[in-house]
Write a protein that binds this ligand. Structure first.
Ligand code: NAG
Ligand code: NAG
Ligand code: NAG
Length: 499
């Protein structure tokens, strides 16, 4: 949900205001059944560390002037979903949502969805609720030898819960390959079905259809009928987690340059390697073409077009066997049709439970990502939050944006709220007053979070994107150190929570 252009203090204010808002709406009494779910279909697309859940709900209004529909989630699944979007089926823009407050020990949580228009009695609408869950699968068994296959398991609740009655619902759980090992057969379901409780077909396990399910967001239903179901499946790809991802972006008007450096700790979160790693066995497998698919050998990263001075090293040094194809630069505002591709060869095969730490960095022309508004005197720079590591969740993410010296009136717009946001000062060699830096922290980012942050600021010096004229000018600047007035508002305390 875009926050719109806001200054940092405004962001804090918005965060406060939304807390106040949520607690007020909690007080509003809610009575009567406002909707009926004509049909619910939940589709779980199993993966490694990331699982996509899409729930289509056909709703029917039972009262007049309905413009809020409430979606319910089991608490455990809401906590594990770092991404949530609700839209009207076949429409592009997500609807506005508001998280409702809940008690610490609540078994479920609710989210209000603002409908695009008021619904009259008997009016219908199809809603699509999309969540991305992270860390919800686990390797089972936990250990595997170098030649074993990789099996994962995923557990969810049998019924999609709702504060409204549901005429019919079903859940489809899909693996990537048709190699389901086992699945739970639910019990005590006679109240809702006389037919098939569960069926497997190829890569899909289907629970239901279940009919005439009453309001289920209450203790009675949850205790009597709700139950966990587990699907175990072979997963023929590495289960990747980025345990730590630190991106530092430095904007320099002097060289018209934007430098990006990523420090990444990658982990193979599949079954841990049983026993010792044998390079002989591994080479043998390579030779026979029988290597197991859940060991990571290389990574393909999509980097921006038109990049320069690309470097890539791990804890030992440069990895010279990697390949880089730089796509031509794209003018600002033009769509990127081709990205640069870095095919990184890992120094060693990444077995289950192993880590790989690497750093990738590059330069790019600032003019390609920055705009200047001469009417307001503001620069507007577009900065990607991260480079997607395919299929991987990013457990901890930190983004630091270092602005040019003397930048003032800093404003940011973020595609989704960060855990924390603060203004810092970055002091580098030859800097006179230090450069303002903005820090963002995130957790459990998924490929759907690979979006851009926009930073706006003013710069008093007339240098737009000029190359350095002479180094002596820097020393001249240094000389005037004491005369420079601090123009940056540093009133935001460090580490203050912004969202
Ligand atoms: C809503 O539909 C029901 C059943 O189809 C019908 O009996 C009722 O009159 C309808 N109400 C309105 C206000 O249209
Ligand atoms: C790594 O590569 C860079 C550029 O190619 C070079 O400047 C640097 O000296 C190399 N470092 C090592 C340790 O080989
Ligand atoms: C991998 O890194 C994590 C911390 O990021 C550490 O706790 C763990 O021991 C490391 N594992 C190995 C096998 O080095």
């Amino acid at each position: 949900m875009p926050l719109g252009w806001r200054t940092l203090p405004q962001l804090l204010f918005v965060a406060l205001a939304s807390i106040i808002h949520t607690s007020c709406s909690a007080a509003a009494a809610e009575t009567g059944v406002a909707f009926e779910n004509s049909a619910i279909v939940r589709t779980v697309a199993l993966g490694g560390s990331v699982v996509h859940v899409t729930t289509t709900i056909a709703i029917k209004s039972l009262a007049d002037e309905q413009d809020i529909y409430t979606v319910s989630f089991p608490r455990r699944e809401r906590d594990a979903s770092s991404f949530l979007e609700v839209r009207v089926k076949n429409q592009k823009d997500p609807l506005q949502i508001r998280e409702k407050p809940f008690y610490g020990n609540a078994k479920f949580t609710e989210v209000d969805v603002v409908l695009p228009e008021k619904l009259a009695v008997n009016a219908t609408l199809n809603l699509v609720v999309e969540t991305i869950q992270t860390h919800m699968t686990d390797p089972w068994p936990e250990f595997a030898s170098q030649t074993d296959q990789q099996a994962l398991r995923y557990t969810t609740d049998l019924y999609v819960i709702s504060r409204y009655p549901t005429l019919v619902q079903r859940t489809k759980i899909k693996a990537l390959v048709p190699r389901i090992i086992s699945y739970t057969t639910p019990t005590n379901v006679d109240a809702f079905t006389t037919g098939n409780v569960v069926a497997k077909s190829g890569a899909v396990v289907t629970y239901g259809p279940f009919s005439s399910i009453p309001v289920s967001t209450n203790k009675d239903f949850l205790k009597t009928y709700q139950q966990p179901v587990t699907v175990r499946y072979y997963h023929e790809q590495p289960v990747l987690e980025v345990t730590s991802y630190k991106r530092a972006v430095e904007i320099s008007h002097w060289g018209s340059n934007i430098n990006t450096e990523d420090q990444v700790i990658l982990k193979n979160a599949g079954p841990k390697l049983k026993g010792h790693f044998s390079r002989v066995d591994y080479q043998g497998q390579l030779y026979k073409g029988s290597q197991v698919p859940h060991v990571l050998h290389s990574l393909s990263l999509d980097l921006p077009p038109g990049i320069d001075n690309v470097y890539y090293y791990d804890q030992i040094g440069n990895v010279s066997t990697s390949k880089l194809n730089v796509a031509p630069a794209v003018a600002k505002g033009e769509p990127v049709v081709k990205t640069s591709l870095l095919n990184m060869k890992l120094r060693y095969p990444l077995m289950g439970g192993w880590n790989y730490t690497f750093t990738v960095g590059w330069d790019a022309d600032l003019a390609g990502v920055a705009g200047y508004n001469s009417a307001t005197g503001e620069y507007n720079v577009e900065i990607p939050i991260m480079t997607t590591i395919p299929g991987a969740v990013v457990n901890q993410h930190e983004l630091k944006i270092v602005l040019p010296e003397g930048a003032t009136d800093v404003e940011v717009v973020t595609p989704y709220p960060s855990l924390t946001l603060w203004l810092d000062k970055h002091t580098a060699y030859l800097d006179t007053i230090g450069r303002p830096a903005i820090m963002f922290e995130y957790k459990d980012l998924t490929p759907a979070h690979a979006k851009n942050i926009y930073v706006r600021y003013k710069l008093s010096s007339g240098d737009h994107f000029r190359k350095p004229v002479a180094v002596s000018a820097v020393f001249f600047g240094l000389f005037f150190f004491t005369f420079v007035v601090r123009r940056i508002d540093l009133t935001i305390p460090k580490k203050q929570k912004a969202t």
